[in-house]
Every structure is written in structure tokens, then in C-alpha cells.
Design a protein around this ligand. Structure first.
Ligand code: HEC
Length: 135
């Protein structure tokens, strides 16, 4: 004997197949990727996060003198890629090897203020993995 729930899922599954719902997810995703919508934009998604959480200590124009902890300026793409006095902080294609990711994940940065949210961190990782482009 089938339970009610088993009956329901069997009916739902066959309905899904009949209506073409089941199995369409993968092709749709491929279309999105091809259209480029999966790419994270530095200007639109990364820069606003750096402005909100980091530039206070890494390049704020409001601070006098400008605060540049570790010689790191996070106010523009060019400056981010220049890195700090110790070297690069973003390694294109290698999120785990990027000092910026390491310090955020260790809870070292931002040193003060609201932490980077899991969503923001995921975007930062994706942006670096996609080659840390000026997009
Ligand atoms: C309240 C001040 C403050 C804020 C906000 C802050 N930092 Fe820092 N940051 C520092 C100080 C101070 C240092 C240098 C000393 C240290 O390494 O702890 C530093 C160092 C760093 C370094 C190390 C440079 C190197 O090459 O070793 C990185 C990378 C960094 N910060 C990234 C960030 C990021 C990304 C944010 C925003 C999510 C951020 N910081 C926010 C104060 C801050």
C-alpha cells in the first residue's frame, strides 16, 4: 500500500514531467551563464561593499591625513590591484590565495565595524575566481 505522501509525490513527479517542469533547470542555467548574468561586477557589487566596510581605514578621502592602513588603498579597481606595502591582496583566479579573502574569513578584516556578510563574501570570492576583472 502507498501512503498518501508517496501517492502525492508520484503524481507530482509525473505531472512535472508532463508539464515539462522537471529537468528544465539545467538548460535554463546554461542560458543564464551564456548571457553573462552570472558574472559579478566589480563596479556594481564589489566597490560598494569596499566603500561601506573598508575605505574608512584603507583610503578614505574624508580622513585627514588619508588613512592607508598597511599602505592599502581600496577606493578604486586600480588601487585594489596595486595591493598593500606587503604585496598583492587579490590574486585573480585564486580566491583562497587572496589575502583579502583570508583576512575576511579569519575575522581579521574589517578590523572594526560591521562584518562582511556571507552574501558579500560569496560575491567577492566569485569575482576573484572569475579573474578579478575591472567589470
Ligand atoms: C577600522 C580599520 C580597518 C577597517 C575598517 C578595515 N581594515 Fe584592513 N587593515 C587595518 C589595519 C590596521 C591593517 C594593518 C594591520 C593588520 O594587518 O592587522 C589592515 C590590513 C589589511 C590587509 C593586509 C594587507 C597585507 O598585505 O597584509 C588587508 C588585505 C585588509 N586590511 C583588507 C581589508 C578589507 C577587505 C576591509 C573591508 C572588508 C578592511 N581591511 C577593513 C584596518 C582596517
Amino acid at each position: 500500500m502507498w501512503t498518501r505522501i508517496e501517492m502525492f509525490s508520484a503524481v507530482a513527479a509525473s505531472l512535472g514531467v508532463a508539464l515539462g517542469i522537471v529537468g528544465t533547470e539545467a538548460p535554463l542555467r546554461t542560458v543564464h551563464m551564456a548571457a553573462g548574468t552570472a558574472e559579478v561586477s566589480f563596479a556594481e557589487e564589489i566597490m560598494p561593499m569596499l566603500k561601506a566596510r573598508c575605505v574608512e581605514c584603507h583610503g578614505s578621502e574624508d580622513a585627514d591625513p588619508v588613512r592607508l592602513e598597511a599602505g592599502l588603498n581600496l577606493t578604486s579597481y586600480e588601487h585594489v590591484m596595486l595591493g598593500s606595502e606587503f604585496g598583492s591582496v587579490v590574486e585573480p583566479g585564486d580566491a583562497d590565495g587572496s589575502m583579502m579573502i583570508v583576512l575576511i574569513e579569519d575575522g581579521d578584516m574589517p578590523e572594526e565595524g560591521d562584518p562582511v556578510t556571507p552574501e558579500e563574501l560569496a560575491k567577492l570570492r566569485t569575482w576573484i575566481t572569475e579573474g578579478a576583472k575591472n567589470n
